[in-house]
Design a protein around this ligand. Structure first.
Ligand code: T4K
Length: 403
């Protein structure tokens, strides 16, 4: 990655006419890619076998490896996490209303609405960015059948509190664990909680299978139902026993997954190193705070989520994102503006924001900075210099942005 000057003066900033710090864009979701030779050899194998999909040997091996890694009885690999969510939701028999956070990727809500189940948006705890269990109970109505917690940034939800509510109120509980592959809670791997958990192995996740996802569960009967639903409802060659869809993972995705599993520890090590560097640098900057990862648990450190307090920085999060973009640093605003402010939910529930004050605040303050194997020490140092220079010159930048 070619770079130019360090940023120390307001005139150095590209937004104000300086040269961009990076000659090529620095992305948040740059894929981690493991051993190419191993991947190409697996691709040769699958081509030689002429077995490209439909529960092939790589998919079976991949599922077994994931189940072993997570210590869970069943892993059902899927084409992506959105379809995996849809299938898990249907297999659990959810209907009517389901409580979800609005502070999540749109797929969590869409997976419900797609099957005409109403997502009821519940506010999050500002300390964890996850569903606030104290607010969940008030959202339950006679139509509620379940709760979907999301382990946002890979930090586990309030699992015990949500389980207690679900049990007491006779609701199903599942988790969108799209961010939480490789993370643990109280020493047990995410993948074991609720009735089922759903992972994403999309290209932008620290562990990817190009596109992909999985449902994990310790429930034998639920696992069989999900397997059948993933394959059109087939129970044998000619026998269809239920409604199903096509959620299958392809062999080439499983080949990528098996290859990337070999580098999993390395990907996590790099993310952790980046996290520690960001932590040191960001926490010295007034008004910026990097989320805290519990290093006593297993953690993938994949999202460098920074909360911007505009009162202290003198700059709104969106202005900082503009400053970074001019330097070719493509920070992201996950999950702005919140699902409730996106269609169809904005039109369906125009007043939802009234019960989502923490979601609204967070969605306006979080920015995600680049990490992963495409980012190293020098890049992080420059990104933090840009932020430092911008905050130190907040007045000048504000005048420039307003002009
Ligand atoms: N639940 C939750 C909580 C989720 O966060 C997600 C997905 C899901 C469910 C559904 O999972 P999947 O059905 O996708 O398996 C990205 C990802 O597409 C999405 O998977 C992810 N969450 C979400 C948080 O981020 P976008 O719209 O930001 O993607 P995009 O195309 O803007 O890419 C992000 C950055 O990565 C860009 O700067 C470009 C870069 N990039 C992207 C790809 C695909 C690369 O450098 N190389 C690439 O191959 O959603």
């Amino acid at each position: 990655m070619a770079m130019v000057v360090m940023k120390s003066d307001i005139d150095d900033l590209a937004l104000l006419g300086g040269d961009p710090a990076f000659s090529e864009p620095l992305h948040v979701g740059r894929p981690n890619i493991g051993d190419r030779t191993a991947l190409l050899s697996r691709i040769n194998d699958l081509l030689d076998r002429r077995w490209l999909s439909n529960d092939g040997p790589f998919v079976q091996e991949f599922e077994q490896r994931i189940a072993d890694l997570l210590g869970v009885k069943h892993c059902i690999a899927m084409c992506n996490a959105t379809v995996a969510l849809e299938i898990a939701i249907r297999a659990l028999g959810l209907h009517g209303e389901v409580i979800v956070p609005s502070f999540t990727f749109i797929a969590t809500a869409h997976a419900l609405q797609w099957q005409e189940i109403t997502p009821v948006f519940c506010d999050v705890d500002p300390a964890t960015h996850n569903l606030d269990p104290a607010k969940v109970e008030a959202m339950i109505t006679p139509r509620t059948t379940g709760i979907i917690g999301v382990h946002v940034w890979g930090r586990p939800c309030a699992i015990e509190a949500l389980s207690e509510i679900a049990q007491r109120r006779g609701l199903k509980l599942m988790f969108d664990a799209a961010h939480a592959f490789g993370c643990s809670h109280c020493g047990q791997m995410i993948g074991n909680f609720g009735e089922a958990e759903v992972f994403s192995f999309h290209a932008t996740k620290f562990f990817n299978t190009f596109e992909g996802g999985a449902v994990t569960t310790n429930d034998d009967e639920l696992a069989s139902r999900i397997r059948r639903m993933r394959n059109f409802g087939f129970a044998g060659y000619d026998e269809v026993v239920c409604l199903g869809t096509n959620g299958k993972m392809s062999e080439i995705s499983a080949a990528m997954g098996l290859t990337n599993l070999q580098s999993l520890d390395e990907f996590i090590r790099v993310n952790q190193r980046n996290y520690r560097q960001y932590q040191q640098e960001i926490n010295r900057l007034p008004g910026l705070s990097l989320i805290h990862y519990d290093e006593s648990e297993k953690c993938n450190y994949q999202y460098m989520a920074v909360e911007v307090d505009p009162q202290m920085t003198g700059l709104h999060r969106d202005v900082l994102i503009k400053v970074l973009k001019a330097e070719n640093v493509l920070a992201r605003r996950y999950f702005w503006p919140g699902c409730h402010r996106m269609e169809p939910y904005r039109s369906l529930f125009p007043d939802a924001y009234l019960s989502l004050p923490q979601t609204e605040k967070l969605a306006g303050r979080i920015m995600i900075l680049p990490t992963g194997t495409a980012v190293g020490e020098p890049e992080i140092e420059i990104i933090c210099d840009i932020l430092r220079t911008a905050i130190a010159n907040a007045d000048g930048i504000r005048k420039w942005v307003i002009a």
